[in-house]
Design a protein around this ligand. Sequence first.
Ligand code: ADP
Ligand code: MG
Length: 227
Amino acid sequence: SEEMLVRSEKLSLIGQMAAGVAHEIRNPLTALKGFTQLLKSRNRTDDKHYFDIMMNELDRISLIVDEFMSLAKPQPAEFKQSRAEHIVSGVYSLLESQAIMAGVEIRLELESGLPAILCDENQIKQVIVNLVKNAIEAMPHGGSVTLSVKNMEGNRVLIAVQDTGTGIPPELLSKIGEPFLTTKEKGTGLGLMICNRIVEAHHGGMRITSGEKEGTRVEIVLPSHKI
Ligand code: ADP
Ligand code: MG
């Protein structure tokens, strides 16, 4: 209806403004970081501690602006014929050392003879990185993450990220996907929203199953591409 149209036009205007604001914040932020680094290196007193706090907080603002920006003004996906198992192996190599430091073992379960998918590799990689980071962060005392890729009927490929972490309590699970919803001191609460947005742009679906002390499983289903 017309009312709906007006509303979505307004939303896209707000989205554009948000992207503009985020963009404008980036430049002064870069300057602030540079000068903080400079002052820290010149300073020989106990003040170094405060400069570290300033850098950490500036990094945090950067992360929020970057993540917010990618939601407010998503990059258009560039679809190419790709292999989900290659993307998942790439994420494994990228995050392996980080996982080891957190006492987490990453396991790969890749089916052979998988069909190709049509996707923007960087965006799907970003999704899996977000999910594996969440998994690692949910295991403060170590554990394992299993990354699996399977063929599914109906020309679909399943990518699953399963952890042995704390799990998500039901009252939180029903709210997942709301912006800025985080239980972490350093979280942004935007990661899963970004994942969802990217998966939707790929005509796929995302599902989270979790129980307290059971760990969490996130499943992503993407349409496969017949060669
Ligand atoms: P962030 O990681 O910045 O908090 P996300 O959108 O990635 O934001 O996740 C939102 C919240 O969902 C997290 O703060 C956490 O409480 C919960 N969550 C996400 N993934 C997991 C997981 N694998 N195990 C337990 N909790 C999770
Ligand atoms: Mg996250």
